[in-house]
Design a protein around this ligand. Structure first.
Ligand SMILES: O=c1ccn([C@@H]2O[C@H](COP(=O)(O)OP(=O)(O)O[C@H]3O[C@H](CO)[C@@H](O)[C@H](O)[C@H]3O)[C@@H](O)[C@H]2O)c(=O)[nH]1
Length: 471
């Protein structure tokens, strides 16, 4: 008997897309869907402790780089992306056909950003698609406006720019790769997003954009693009750290590095709200000079700290002093850290997952955005939700923020002044509102049910009709 909701889910193969995709799959399954999750063989093998659920199947595919892609320059990267696209599209086409022939057709393809070819392939079979947008709605809107008439004013905003449905944005609040001033090496990222938005333009079925955000967090941004159906279905966070309905759902279910297992014990030994947690996500590698400045700030401010360093920490000058005063790990279970009562603040690059995980945990932030959506996320954190402060206001001509300025920001958030209290109050408010969104009858819960109803209506679309024309 074919499943009424059989969803093919394709996340981009990086931790920041895989985590929300796992969580999205779990939510769909809890509402009665069957999900087939496909990513590259390399990512599939690298991720440990994947969730196992009765209605979740994994079907990885080869992108031709099963041992991982090692970048050796732009040409190599272009070759990699074209192979990924070619092999990925072929895999999806074969899968849609074979499932249809077996009598277990997919009813929808959900893909995360930067995979427009996945949607294009599905369209060839008249299979409905939805885009899982793993960044805030505000970021989607900025890009949408950029590709629909606003590129000139965004590239070079004179003072600040007012885009429909969004707060006033200055150059440093905009995704860095959109600006005229950004290095030419970023042009590739812009071209990937251009392809993504072109694909949405040619889509004839009304496409749903499923946003990992929630109604109260971005009410205007979720409505800023009139001709697309943008709905919030987040925050996509394991239940144990959110509504607590399912205490066994206590991790995303996948790590690209082995998490250190004694962090919680270490946190247990610290006082309430006393620890600074530092992490720059799964992709970003900071210059050594910047790492030294962060180290200086942490040592000088005197708060206990837990610092995730993927790079070679032995190269830091003050390594011994750091290990004496704080704890350094290569990777951790971030949600366990953020939800620990000892946590006082999170110094982060402001990747969207880290931002929303902190928000859900009620932990105020010191944000140090590096590029892309992180600049926009930092703007929202500081000026719209008012749950943190930005350190990059003080960046010098070499692109470095010195230790003293980082220390000042940490002291504002960790201190006892009015600003610190305001940040804590606001963090508490957003923590509560995030729970409202996912509870029974909450906005995200309703939106997800509505999306599945729509997918259910597509059940009768007979993909097999397209078999002949595509075979
Ligand atoms: O020690 C660690 C460090 C991180 N994480 C997890 O790794 C994820 C990191 O995601 P994110 O904070 O979004 O950072 P990136 O890995 O840098 O994510 C990329 O993808 C995001 C979603 O598109 C973008 O917002 C970012 O700018 C982009 O760099 C989060 O779920 C963390 O919980 C851990 O579990 N343990």
């Amino acid at each position: 008997m074919p499943h009424r909701h059989h969803i093919l889910l394709i996340p981009y193969p990086v931790q920041g897309h895989i985590n929300p995709a796992f969580q999205f799959a779990k939510r769909l399954i809890s509402l009665g869907a069957h999900v087939t999750l496909s990513t590259t063989l390399h990512m599939h093998n690298r991720i440990t402790h994947k969730p196992t659920l009765p209605n979740l199947s994994y079907l990885p595919f080869s992108d031709g780089y099963d041992d991982g892609f090692q970048s050796t320059g732009t040409d190599a990267y272009l070759l990699y992306t074209s192979e990924f696209k070619r092999r990925g599209s072929e895999f999806i086409a074969n899968l849609i056909l074979s499932n249809s022939q077996k009598g277990t057709p997919f009813t929808c393809l959900v893909y995360s950003l930067l995979l427009p070819w996945a949607a294009e392939t599905a369209r060839g079979f008249h299979l409905p698609t939805a885009l899982l947008w793993v960044q805030p709605a505000t970021m989607f809107d900025i890009l949408y406006h950029y590709f629909h008439g606003y590129s000139e004013s965004i590239k070079n905003p004179s003072v600040s720019i007012k885009l429909p449905g969004l707060p006033l944005l200055s150059a440093r609040d905009l995704p860095s790769f959109l600006l005229d001033t950004c290095p030419s090496s970023y042009a590739l990222m812009l071209s990937f997003f251009e392809e993504q938005f072109k694909e949405l333009d040619v889509e004839t079925n009304p496409t749903t954009i499923l946003v990992n955000s929630f109604e109260a967090l971005e009410p205007d941004a979720l409505r800023a693009v009139e001709n697309l159906n943008m709905i919030s279905i987040g925050p996509l966070i394991p239940s144990a750290f959110l509504d607590g309905k399912d205490p066994t759902d206590n991790s995303f279910g996948g790590h690209i590095f082995q998490p250190s297992n004694n962090c919680v014990e270490w946190l247990d030994s610290k006082q309430e709200n006393s620890v600074v947690y530092v992490s720059f996500g799964s992709l970003c590698v900071l210059p050594k000079k910047q790492m030294e400045e962060i180290a200086r700030a942490l040592l000088d401010c005197g708060f206990p700290f837990l610092w995730v360093i993927k790079e070679k920490e032995e190269e830091l000058n003050c390594r011994e002093e750091l290990e004496e005063k704080g704890k350094i790990v290569k990777w951790c279970s971030q949600l366990e850290i953020l939800s620990h009562p000892s946590l006082g603040c999170f110094l982060t690059h402001c990747g969207w997952n880290s931002t929303i995980e902190s928000l859900v945990s009620g932990v105020p932030l010191v944000v140090f955005p590096q590029w892309a959506d992180q600049m926009t996320n930092a703007k929202l954190v500081e000026d719209v939700w008012k749950i943190g402060v930005r350190v990059d206001h003080k960046m010098n001509q070499d692109g470095i923020v010195i230790g003293e300025d980082i220390r000042n920001c940490l002291e504002v958030v960790m201190g006892s002044g009015g600003k610190c209290e305001e940040l804590r109050e606001n963090s508490k408010k957003w923590k509560e509102l995030s729970r409202e969104a996912v509870k029974e009858g909450g906005s995200s819960e309703n939106n997800l049910r509505g999306f599945l109803d729509l997918v259910g209506l597509n059940h009768d679309v007979d993909v097999s009709l397209c078999v002949a024309e595509n075979a």
